[in-house]
Design a protein. Structure first.
Ligand code: SF4
Length: 348
């Protein structure tokens, strides 16, 4: 068990290089990271880690630009899955009932408002195990409508068949989100109704359909540092890195099995962001759920560690998110500007 980042080896403590060697490695995009290498990076002294993350960040991105997305729940509650953190599962008593799929018109009205608020991407999430073929027509109309507003589109609908992934691509979808959530080892403690391999399979179909992949995880679910390192290793060794990597801090929801979880050490959260940035240098790393509980200094540290995307808007599916005015004020104080569409260097 790794208890403290102070336990780094003499090598990493003394040497200014990424892994005790040359910093040339910082400029490479690699899919062959070993678990040991990622652990060494994770365990660097905090200042070294942040310096290296920011160095990598500046190779590929404007350090003062952050991508802004808005996330709308287009079908809320009643989900048959049992993800232990989720307010929308039928298995837990969270007070959230099941609703029908929103109308295309209402979704597009919300997208228009999101665009006015500064969002360049509109993400739509449905609480499904997988979409039914009968819903695909409405889903595709939503994508086409969002695209016609000049926004990027993202969907998260659960597991997909090959033909559903292809239909989404034909409708113009830019990104598909499907998170692996945590390490393979810890996964079984969080979800029993579908496996990590089910998720990897859907991600393969999404990639094969030519869609950009949005795939991330949640920290603060009681997992160990080893689990965080394992999760980062899974992302960093995918056939190609997800173009978007949301790192969420658990939002504890009363009534869910994780409603009483202990908080994560904020520095470990920042380390997770920094290692994502270093190991997936061309990906956009999103500081995702949990911002409502972070103070502005914590968020600024995440941006310094290489996070360059957020969700704006006061609600994230069913949980709270900072008010737009607060985000605008924070960005003003930090000199951060919105990233425009399609600025991610690894985007298809
Ligand atoms: S996270 Fe998604 S799949 Fe899991 S219970 Fe919630 S809505 Fe269902």
């Amino acid at each position: 068990m790794l208890e403290s980042a102070d336990t780094n080896s003499d090598d990493t403590a003394k040497c200014p290089g990424l892994l005790g060697g040359s910093d040339d490695l910082l400029e490479q995009v690699r899919n062959d990271w070993s678990r040991e290498e990622i652990e060494k990076v994770f365990m660097l002294p905090f200042n070294d880690l942040l310096f290296k993350a920011q160095t990598v960040h500046r190779i590929w991105f404007d350090p003062n630009k952050v991508q802004m997305s808005t996330l709308l729940s287009i079908k809320t509650g009643g989900c048959p899955e049992d993800c232990g953190y989720c307010s929308q599962s039928v298995k837990f008593d969270t007070g959230i009932g099941a609703s029908a799929l929103m109308s295309v018109k209402d979704v597009l009205e919300t997208a228009r408002q999101a665009k006015e608020g500064g969002a360049s991407r509109f993400c739509m999430g449905a609480a499904w195990r997988n979409p039914k073929d009968r819903d695909m027509g409405a889903i595709c109309s939503m994508i086409e409508g969002v695209k016609s507003l000049g926004m990027e589109s993202c969907m998260t609908l659960g597991m997909l068949t090959k033909s559903q992934a292809e239909k989404l691509k034909s409708a113009g979808l830019d990104y598909y989100n499907h998170n692996i959530d945590t390490s393979r080892r810890y996964y079984k403690k969080i979800i029993s109704t579908r496996t990590m391999d089910d998720r990897i399979e859907t991600l393969d179909k999404v990639r094969e359909a030519g869609l950009n992949v949005c795939c991330g995880g949640i920290v603060g679910m009681g997992e160990s540092r080893e689990d965080r390192i394992d999760m980062l290793h899974t992302f960093a060794t995918m056939p190609s890195h997800p173009q978007s990597v949301p790192i969420n801090m658990l939002v504890r929801v009363e009534g869910t099995p994780l409603g009483e979880s202990n908080s994560i050490d904020p520095f470990d959260f920042v380390r997770t962001i920094a290692v994502a940035r270093i190991t997936m240098p061309k990906s956009v790393v999103r500081l995702s759920a949990g911002r409502e509980k972070m103070n502005e200094e914590f968020q600024a540290l995440c941006f310094l560690a290489g996070a360059n995307s957020i969700f704006i808007g006061e609600q994230l599916l069913t949980t709270p998110n900072p008010e737009l005015s607060k985000d605008k004020s924070l960005f003003g104080r930090l000199g951060i500007e919105p990233m425009s569409s399609h600025e991610c260097p690894s985007e298809i």
